[in-house]
Design a protein around this ligand. Structure first.
Ligand SMILES: *[C@@H]1O[C@H](CO)[C@@H](O)[C@H](O)[C@H]1NC(C)=O
Ligand SMILES: *[C@@H]1O[C@H](CO)[C@@H](O)[C@H](O)[C@H]1NC(C)=O
Length: 939
């Protein structure tokens, strides 16, 4: 029991550890940059820094000619050298179709690099690479912990096809996608989490004034515009953030509208700067020079420079630009004014206000309804962007209350944590808008349409989520009368705002629902029922990622049976009879059957069984009733009259039906599955394996190279003063130098391309060098080792004398042992001098006569001998006599033994031993001596 009590916290701890094996990450998937944040138990949400300790990493991948894959800044730098070998805006490929085809259903557009030697990669595969990079960063940040779950931000304008592709990219790299979240929604979540929507005194007072009874409101809702402008686009969203008045803590975030503009963003603004710089460079080089725009490397370097220039111009009104040897050893030198940049970008900057206006009109609001306007995203630092925004919204300042780079990724990791079943997070409800209506065409049965593939099916058209009623998440159950299997097609409605790339009414998915007829047949076979009313309930979901799914399909069959009952007619009490009648006529609602229906109001087969049981029971009850009433009627035969009353009873049988998506059509038809998914996963695995192999090879090559360089030069440059020289012959050294030179050349051969060969070569060379190295080591260490051993013997002999004297004094039988020990020491001394002599007569280039190991062995033997002596039993001192005089004597004796104890105890031999054996052996010796402290007790 006690043991269990000790174990319990441990058990709990291990359970917790198990449960919390749940590090997860949020990834802000920008066109220009990727940001990563993680959540781990007990640590909250943390922003991840990359290997360069930066908080954002360019969303770039490069492939060197040597086949090395580069990410982030390294890829961007490489792009300036080899523009054809890098992907700087892979995200733009996501959900795109090959030329001539149109979304949603089309062949995926792919990208090949360096004249087709690298790739082709689909958008999913490129995003998978970037997510892999994000995972490595997160894992490194967490000290190597596994990261399996992710939530990913996307721009609010991502359509269903693009969202699905991002989710697929996560699957390709083996991540579990907990959700796709709109970047603006993520930023709103972060705003709420940070308590930025804390009700102000003014707001509370204003609410109070509105209330007739002047009560303090419980919560206050802020209306906030989140305006995101990054590398690729700008978007504005309006959110309602509700916070508690007392605590100031936000309880919900509800997105009301999103609007966007793809014609403005950092990349496009960079292009304006690139244009100016290219013109300047062309002017600078004069007529006849190759135009900059035809030189990919020049353009790539200008593009990189433009980004920097634009950032500088955000804070300064002009800047000097100089790029060394941009082309043909000519430097670019020019000045750029903010005003010039702004006038060049005029038409583009004029687009900034658009999304803000549209979002307001969609949310049916005016600028003055907004409590705050919160800009974020890298390009929001551009002054003219802020000016435009303030102009269009008619405000004097923006609320720069969240970190422009980090808000979305921090929101996304919170999103991930709240989606994860293993994480417990602060309660914050959030809801997003799904902009299109969703409808379905439901086939009557399986005789035509989706099942048979021929004939025009008879369909029933149903609006599942009429315009504006769909949310993320949303759920709706549709009840249908169906007695056969059937197919249905789910459609997205016309995109009235023209936001999507497929604004027409679009097929989302085709679905077969099977099992309806089977269930009905089984029930018919079993049941004695007169009527069976089959129905099918389909539950439609728009999940938090904005993906439309059928969650469950369920068949429910109402079985109606008629129950006959004998009822007594009581003439004296007409009231009650009336009441009974009333009940009966109400049919199912108040008869026992209604209860049955209640009990079975949930689903599952188990419940159907339960129903059947209830059914039987109620049958039994009914017959009992009948018997009772018969007995009653026997007793009161002449007094009472009865009649037969009929009532109906309904039992609901529920079964889960099978849903099968048709993977060849609609938006869902583009979902990666089967062979496609496997192939993409293999592509990514192979790339990662190649990366790993490259790292390992580089390590192996490095250490071989280091070995050859270091040892090679040592051997080559050894002179008379070096031990290495003394212990080796000229021929030996010559041979080794040759082998090392060969090794150096070998490193550039094809054979050396394999990690295993590199390791083998390293081992071979080491083996060759080893004898010489060993002799040098022996030579260097020998004199000191002999000296230490000699000192040890001398010290031991000196210290042991005291102990021997005690043994002699007490008449111990072990005195002879001390003689043996002295002999041992003498022999050892002889061994040492013989060894030294023999070694003198032996060439140093031969293997040594006495090795360090031999000397160490002798030292260990000495230690063992000493230990043995210390442990020898010493006879007790003579017994003290009761007389005071003797008492004195005895106290003396005690003193004596006390002195002995201290001399024997630890210090004496211990020191000796420590001097003989250095390092770990001394520690062991100490421990041994300490344990021999048992003698004290014996004394
Ligand atoms: C937003 O900024 C405006 C202008 O500076 C200010 O009046 C308002 O109180 C701010 N809103 C919030 C919620 O901080
Ligand atoms: C024991 O130690 C005391 C004080 O250090 C000393 O006076 C005495 O002579 C010692 N006894 C022996 C037997 O060494």
């Amino acid at each position: 029991m006690a043991a269990l009590r000790h174990l319990l916290p441990l058990l709990l701890l291990s359970l917790l550890l198990h449960v919390c094996f749940c590090n997860l990450m949020g990834v802000d998937l920008g066109l220009g940059y990727i940001k990563v944040a993680v959540a781990r138990p007990g640590k909250g949400l943390e922003l991840v820094t990359n290997e360069q300790a930066k908080r954002k990493t360019p969303a770039a991948v490069g492939f060197t000619e040597e086949g090395e894959r580069l990410f982030g800044d390294a890829a961007v730098a490489y792009a300036a050298k080899a523009p054809a070998r890098a992907i700087l805006d892979g995200r733009a490929l996501i959900g795109e179709c090959v030329e001539g085809e149109h979304p949603p259903l089309c062949a995926r557009k792919t990208l090949s690099l360096a004249d087709g030697t690298v790739g082709p990669f689909s958008g999913e595969e490129i995003i998978a690479m970037l997510l892999g990079m994000a995972r490595r960063q997160a894992s490194a940040f967490l000290g190597g912990a596994v990261v399996k779950d992710v939530a990913i931000t996307v721009p609010p304008w991502y359509d269903d096809r693009q969202r699905q592709a991002v989710a697929d990219a996560a699957r390709v790299i083996g991540l579990n996608c907990l959700g796709i979240v709109n970047a603006n929604t993520a930023a709103a979540i972060k705003y709420a989490l940070d308590g930025k929507a804390k009700p102000t005194e003014d707001a509370i007072a204003a609410e109070k004034a509105k209330d007739k009874k002047k009560r303090t409101p419980k919560t206050i809702t802020q209306r906030v515009m989140f305006y995101d402008i990054g590398a690729g686009s700008a978007s504005a969203s309006i959110a309602e953030v509700t916070s508690d008045v007392k605590t100031g803590v936000a309880s919900s975030v509800k997105m009301l509208a999103h609007a966007w503009e793809k014609g403005v963003g950092g990349r496009l603004l960079d292009a304006v700067v690139v244009d100016r710089l290219a013109d300047a460079f062309d002017t600078q080089r004069g007529n006849g020079a190759t135009p900059s725009r035809t030189l990919p490397r020049v353009m790539m370097r200008l593009r990189k420079e433009a980004q920097r220039v634009r950032e500088v111009l955000s804070a300064n009104t002009n800047t000097m630009v100089s790029v060394a040897s941009l082309h043909d050893d000519v430097d670019l030198r020019t000045t750029l004014k903010r005003a010039d940049f702004e006038s060049d970008a005029e038409s583009m900057l004029n687009l900034v206000g658009g999304p803000a206006k549209t979002a307001l009109s969609e949310a049916k609001m005016k600028p003055e309804d907004l409590d705050a306007i919160v800009p974020f995203g890298g390009t929001s630092r551009t002054p003219r962007v802020q000016d435009e925004l303030m102009k269009v919204l008619n405000v004097k300042a923006l609320n720069k209350s969240i970190n422009t780079d980090e808000a979305a990724v921090m929101g996304s990791v919170f999103f991930a944590a709240s989606m994860s079943s293993t994480f417990r997070v602060r309660k914050l409800d959030f809801e997003d808008v799904y902009s299109r209506s969703i409808s379905a065409e439901i086939e009557k049965d399986s005789s035509s349409g989706l099942f048979s593939g021929k004939g025009k099916p008879v369909v029933q058209k149903v609006a599942i989520f009429p315009d504006g009623s769909a949310k993320m998440p949303a759920k709706k159950t549709l009840s249908l009368n169906r007695d056969k299997d059937f197919g249905l097609s789910v459609y997205l409605g016309i995109d009235s705002l023209g936001k999507s790339r497929f604004p027409e009414r679009t097929l989302y998915s085709k679905i077969k629902v099977t099992g309806v007829a089977d269930v009905l047949k089984k029930l018919k076979d079993q049941s004695k029922a007169k009527t069976l009313t089959p129905r099918v309930a389909l539950t439609f979901h728009v999940d938090r990622s904005g993906l439309v799914r059928i969650g469950t399909a369920e068949s429910s069959v109402d079985e109606t049976i008629i129950v006959e009952r004998e009822v007594e007619i009581k003439e004296e009490k007409p009231d009650k009879a009336k009441g009974d009648k009333g009940k009966a006529s109400k049919d199912t609602s108040s008869s026992p059957s209604a209860e049955v229906k209640d009990v079975t109001a949930e689903n599952d087969k188990a419940e159907t069984e339960k129903k059947e049981n209830t059914d039987e029971e109620s049958d039994k009850d009914a017959s009992k009733d009948n018997e009772e009433s018969k007995t009653n009627s026997k007793d009161t035969k002449k007094k009472k009259k009865t009649k037969i009353e009929k009532s109906s009873q309904t039992i609901v049988h529920r079964h889960t039906l099978t849903i099968e998506y048709d993977s060849s059509e609609g938006i869902m038809g583009m979902q990666m599955s089967g062979a496609d998914l496997k192939a993409a996963q293999k592509t990514l695995k192979d790339l990662e394996a190649a990366d790993l192999e490259r790292v390992e090879r580089a390590d192996a090559l490095n250490s071989l190279e280091g070995f050859i360089l270091e040892i090679g030069s040592k051997v080559r440059n050894a002179d008379e003063d070096d031990d290495l020289y003394k212990v080796s012959t000229e021929a030996e050294r010559q041979k080794l130098v040759e082998v090392f030179n060969e090794g150096e050349d070998w490193m550039y051969t094809d054979e050396a391309k394999h990690t295993a060969n590199l390791r083998k070569k390293h081992f071979e060379l080491q083996k060759l060098f080893e004898p010489m190295q060993q002799r040098a080591k022996e030579f260097a260490g020998r004199p000191n080792a002999f000296k230490k051993l000699e000192e040890g013997i001398a010290m031991a002999l000196e210290k042991v004398v005291e102990l021997r004297d005690l043994h002699v004094e007490r008449g111990s039988k072990h005195v002879g042992e001390f003689e043996k020990f002295t002999n041992f020491c003498e022999t050892a001394k002889g061994w040492i001098s013989e060894g030294i002599d023999a070694q003198k007569n032996k060439p140093l280039t031969d293997d040594p006569v006495v090795t360090l190991k031999d000397i160490m062995g002798k030292g260990l033997e000495l230690r063992k001998q000493i230990e043995r002596l210390v442990k020898l039993e010493i006879p007790p001192a003579p017994k003290p006599s009761p007389t005071p005089a003797v008492k004195e004597e005895s106290s003396e004796k005690t003193d004596e033994s006390a002195n002995l104890t201290s001399s024997e105890g630890s210090s004496g031999e211990d020191d000796t031993i420590e001097k003989v054996f250095s390092g770990g052996d001394a520690e062991a010796a100490k421990a041994d001596t300490a344990s021999s402290g048992g003698i004290k007790d014996e004394l």
